[in-house]
Design a protein around this ligand. Structure first.
Ligand code: DLL
Length: 446
């Protein structure tokens, strides 16, 4: 059977899920933020022992907030606050009033547990629908959701948003990639949701199966949950024949849909300021940085009932811009998250993020976009080795690969300024991702 979308009404290119809020004046947004911030601070202080103690220790009370700038008087919160209050003590709602609980996988130590009231879930679905519409999804679209379902917020978060927008969701989750490709061929989704690394895996498996996804109806990719570069975007757009859009979020704050690019500009992710307040701080001095300067993103929730987060340090490195956007949305843009400050490697005195290495590798002639970084000790110093992979139809002899490795090493040195080891592997030898890619393997211990 061939897929026909001919009976579908033409989609409105200017559609917004919530135009009134998305284009609200900056003044009206600030008024709304102040009112909601006062509510959120009071909710946290009155219901969560952790906030009561930390506000008291800092000598501040919710009533001290007279302007948005007064938020600076309030203490930060960090991930260990969730672990220290495991599992439910950071909640402002009794457990029997919760509607959902998610958790991080917790490979090290205790998982981080996050909770939602029904109202929180409704607002999350609205914000994800808003994000998806901004990215170019429309009511009536078939949406293939390859974010993992389960404790990870990606699958269920995207699912609820797509349903709220009026899409038909294919809840496929991650893995079983050949089956995913067949479903994409047979069901003809117009939107694909996945991590960028899994989207790349889908593209590769489809090519091996002789299926040209670029020739199918899929026209938008909503990719996020991990750092990715503009070079990777170009690669995914080309191989999947779609326009890929960056979506950001974190479980502690909500899940996916905290911010999303619009498909008009694809230049920074609109952070939904009616529900979150964004700051960027210097991670060393903890001082707020002026608009436009790069630092650590700090987020305060304005409407979360179950788990208000006050000045939460995300560890994500980015910058904000309030320059007007071509799409007409007024909400501040969070520029592409280059990485987390705990992902930053210091190699012979040079600070390097995995996504910088990705920018250099993706698109180099004869190389596939798959890579993995290994950190090891070279005497007392940290050193970096990069596994890259040659394309199937390139010369694969030992000398050929050594020459390729040498060339890549030279590019990394001249662009990032760091000396590293490069190993050119055979096609398929670098591990493929089914969710968040493992970009760095730390071999420094043992
Ligand atoms: O990854 C939520 C999500 C699901 C976002 C699906 C987008 C799409 P966590 O598992 O709690 O939640 O991981 C959050 O992932 O602090 C960032 O370090 C990273 N991250 C998320 N989105 C992006 C992105 C989900 N677009 C952590 N670019 C965050 C770069 C991202 N990093």
């Amino acid at each position: 059977m061939t897929i026909s979308h001919a009976d579908r009404p033409a989609a409105d290119p200017d559609f917004m899920f919530d135009r009134e809020t998305e284009t609200m004046s900056r003044g009206a947004l600030a008024d709304l933020q102040k009112e909601r911030l006062q509510w959120s601070l009071a909710r946290a202080y009155d219901n969560v022992g952790h906030y009561r103690r930390s506000f008291d220790a800092a000598g501040v009370k919710p009533g001290d907030l007279n302007s948005l700038a007064d938020l600076r008087k309030f203490p930060f919160s960090v991930k260990t606050d969730l672990r220290d209050n495991y599992p439910f003590d950071i909640f402002a709602t009794p457990v029997h009033q919760l509607a959902r609980i998610h958790a991080s996988s917790g490979t090290t130590g205790k998982p981080t547990v996050v909770g939602y009231t029904q109202g929180d879930l409704d607002r999350w679905a609205d914000l994800m629908a808003r994000s998806m519409a901004g990215a170019g999804a429309r009511p009536g679209d078939v949406l293939h959701n390859a974010y993992g379902y389960g404790l990870f917020t990606g699958g269920l978060g995207a699912h609820a948003g797509a349903q709220r927008l009026g899409c038909a969701v294919v809840p496929v989750s991650g893995g079983g990639t050949e089956r995913q490709v067949n479903l994409i061929k047979d069901l003809g989704p117009s939107v694909l949701c996945a991590t960028p690394s899994y989207a790349l895996n889908i593209a590769e498996v489809a090519e091996k199966m002789g299926i040209d996804i670029a020739a199918l109806p899929v026209r938008r990719g909503l990719f996020g949950a991990e750092p990715w570069s503009n070079e990777m975007r170009t690669e995914l757009d080309r191989r999947l024949g779609l326009k890929s859009v960056d979506v950001y979020g974190l479980s502690e704050i909500m899940g996916p849909g905290v911010a999303c690019e619009c498909d008009v500009a694809r230049d920074g992710l609109h952070g939904w300021e009616d529900h979150f307040l964004f700051e960027v701080i210097d991670p060393e001095t903890l001082e707020p940085l002026p608009m436009g300067e790069s630092g650590e993103l700090v987020i305060t929730t304005l409407t979360k009932e179950a788990m208000p987060m006050i000045r939460y340090r995300t560890r994500d490195i980015t910058r904000l811009t309030d320059e007007p956007c071509a799409c007409g949305r007024t909400h501040v843009r969070i520029m592409r998250v280059t990485g987390r400050d705990d992902d930053m490697m210091i190699i012979r005195g040079v600070n390097v993020y995995p996504s910088q290495v990705e920018s250099v590798l993706v698109g180099l002639e004869g190389l596939s976009p798959h890579y993995q970084i290994k950190l090891f000790k070279d005497g007392p110093l940290d050193a970096m080795a990069v596994d890259v992979e040659i394309l199937p139809d390139t010369p694969a002899g030992e000398d050929d690969r050594a020459a390729k490795a040498h060339e890549v090493r030279h590019h990394i040195k001249s662009i990032i300024g760091v000396t590293c080891k490069v190993i050119a592997k055979l096609p398929g030898e670098v591990p493929r991702s089914e969710g968040k890619a493992v970009r760095v393997v730390d071999q420094r211990k043992g």
